[in-house]
Design a protein around this ligand. Sequence first.
Ligand code: F6P
Length: 345
Amino acid sequence: MKILPYQPDQSGLAYSVGTTLDRFIKLKQSDFPFASGELSQLLRDIALAAKIVNRETTRAGLSNIGGAFGQVNVQGEEQQKLDVIANIRFMRALSKGGEVCAIVSEEEDAVIDLQNTSGKYVVAIDPLDGSSNIDVNISIGTIFSIYRRKTPTGSPIQVEDIMQAGTEQVAAGYVLYGSSTMLVYTTGCGVNGFTYEQSLGEFFLSHPNIQAPKNGEIYSVNEGTQKEWEEGFKAYIDQCKEKRYSARYIGSLVADFHRNLLKGGIYLYPATNKNPSGKLRLLYEANALALIAEQAGASATDGCQRILEIQPTTLHQRTPLLIGSSDMVKEAEAFMNCSVEKPLS
Ligand code: F6P
């Protein structure tokens, strides 16, 4: 019997399809000493739910899953059917996996206790970000944060397991359902992006080690709320215009953030009369993107404080958000008035 060592084909007949998310997660597991593989499995569970939500979003105009669901969520926002579907899908994936003990979701008033006290992780998730864009074929997303529970496994979950500052995240990521579907995540060792290959049903590494430009020429803000801005904030946006920066605002945080992360730019959602503490939610929107931003060399602040250092006090707490290229965020921060007392959300 003849035995030969495997020699990869050099003829160029079969091109490489690249590294799958699964393989990448496995390769990276060794970055964590004593890792037991549960975080890796949890990331795979999220990726599976993302594939299902991706399938639903692409069918949104065909099947009866577009439009309003007929209920209002805890934020007072009208839930879309796809918000509800995405929430069900992620809840199901996270509860079946066995690694998670509790979930905070934009679509749920309370913390969801999975009654799985052996689960080490807590997940905070916005299952479908940018829902006003669902029915008009514009990019939407999913945002997630993963925390290790503080109390010992085997005991019931406690407030301190949930109310953790963003610095405590062990992983965070987002899925962008756009012109292609991408999953971008960090476990605190850089940021990597994966593009979904529909025909193979797999995410492939397409954006290794994402580095955000230090500076940029894009600003993303809802200018319709301008009359409600503080003077300093107005002055910063005026400066963006004087510098002839491009205004780009999709109205889906994930999509605006992703573009600015790759091209250089800043996304801003300040305090307004309607949302005196800002609009975006700390636990399942701002924290995840702030960790990704910092891991890619960008930054995130509420104008006065690093987002990741804000100690949450309520589940659906809101925060102003200035996030993007580090030089731009620093410049914007210099315009903000940090002496005024902020209202509690
Ligand atoms: O989750 C909040 C969100 O939909 C973000 O995705 C988006 O950036 C923002 O709100 C849009 O808010 P507005 O319609 O007030 O500009």
